[in-house]
Design a protein around this ligand. Structure first.
Ligand SMILES: N[C@@H](CCC(=O)N[C@@H](CS)C(=O)NCC(=O)O)C(=O)O
Length: 332
């Protein structure tokens, strides 16, 4: 099955999911969707695409054999080549395609630069970039006025490629955006997108999960929030619990799980705790080895199943992610 590496809120990933969904592809059926955390990208993603951005589509023998598509627009084009039932690309003449390309170029270039500054720059620079972004938005708004869509009476690739970015611009200051004069056609265009079924479908499972995909190359540990917080606040830089209610000193090792063992471990030992009390720590085995720690796969008492056991205190810096644990069944 092909694999899509995605990040729920990323506008590039949203546009790719919109096109894949429009082409009738379904996660779990035609592709495996792997939600990633940008601060802890799975090794599988980086091996497929070393530039480390999402979205990335990795082919498989049935579909897209041997190919990796690393650009959101190329993923959109690939999806629409397969099937384009709403005519996002099909049915437009050369002039239309050229107009789409120009809009996308401006969005991904100047508009995205202003958007990033609005979100991350110091207030003064952010305000000046905000004003520059609005100049572009006003132009797009005038273009929308006659038919409601960028190229006229029906949506094209350009609408779907730009809308996730305009959505993000609005999110920086929804009140200011709503009060902005001279933007009414664009505000209506965005409102229709925000309320529409296309966006809703790609922001919820199975197109978007809130918790990152668990790589089988990583290891995992369920920790009580207060224990993890104490380890982070301590001077030693290590975590010394073995499992719930038991210390490393008493047991001799820290209990870990492989990706496929996390749910059952949580169910066995932590199911009575309220949401938010348990964190899932994602560990990089390379960092454990670099710290000189021994990892042994040993049978759990009463079962033949092998679990990873870490002999020594867990270095805080070997933890890639610490996130509230949400079981698969009710994590949504
Ligand atoms: N040109 C790329 C841009 C993708 C991109 O920049 N995605 C962002 C997330 S929205 C990313 O992965 N950034 C990497 C990071 O933050 O580490 C595309 O169109 O797919």
């Amino acid at each position: 099955m092909i694999t899509l590496y995605s990040f729920r809120r990323c506008p590039f990933a949203i546009r790719a999911r919109l096109a894949l969904a429009a082409a009738g592809l379904q996660p779990g059926v035609d592709l495996e969707l792997r939600e990633v955390a940008l601060r802890a990208k799975p090794p599988e993603l980086l091996e497929a695409s070393s530039k480390g951005t999402v979205p990335v589509l990795v082919g498989a023998s049935g579909l897209l054999p041997g190919r990796v598509i690393e650009e959101s627009l190329e993923i959109m084009a690939w999806a629409l080549e397969r099937q384009d039932p709403h005519g996002w690309l099909a049915g437009w003449n050369a002039g239309g395609i050229e107009a789409m390309q120009a809009l996308i170029l401006e969005n991904d270039g100047a508009f995205k630069r202003h958007l990033d500054a609005v979100r991350y720059a110091q207030p003064q620079a952010a305000a000046s970039h905000g004003a520059d972004a609005l100049v572009i938005l006003r132009r797009w708004s005038r273009q929308l006025a006659p038919g409601g869509w960028l190229l006229g009476p029906r949506p094209s690739l350009a609408d779907w490629a730009l809308l996730p970015f305009v959505r993000q611009f609005r999110q920086a200051d929804p009140g200011g955006f709503a009060a902005e004069p001279g933007l009414e056609p664009l505000q209506r265009w965005l409102a229709r997108f925000l309320e529409g079924p296309e966006l809703a479908a790609v922001m919820a499972p199975p197109w978007a999960e809130r918790r990152p995909w668990r790589s089988p190359r990583w290891l995992y540990h369920l920790a009580l929030r207060e224990d993890w917080q104490a380890a982070r606040a301590g001077d030693e830089g290590v975590y010394r619990r073995s499992t719930r209610g038991r210390s490393l000193e008493a047991v001799g090792f820290v209990h870990l799980s492989a990706a496929h063992q996390v749910e059952a471990t949580a169910q066995r030992f932590y199911a009575d705790l309220p949401a938010g009390a348990v964190l899932l720590l994602t560990l990089d085995p390379h960092r454990l080895a670099a710290a000189g720690l021994a990892l042994r796969w040993e049978p759990a008492p009463g079962s033949g199943e092998l679990f990873p056991h870490l002999y020594g205190a867990l270095p805080v810096e070997a933890v890639l992610l610490a996130e509230p644990f949400c079981p698969v069944s009710n994590g949504r």
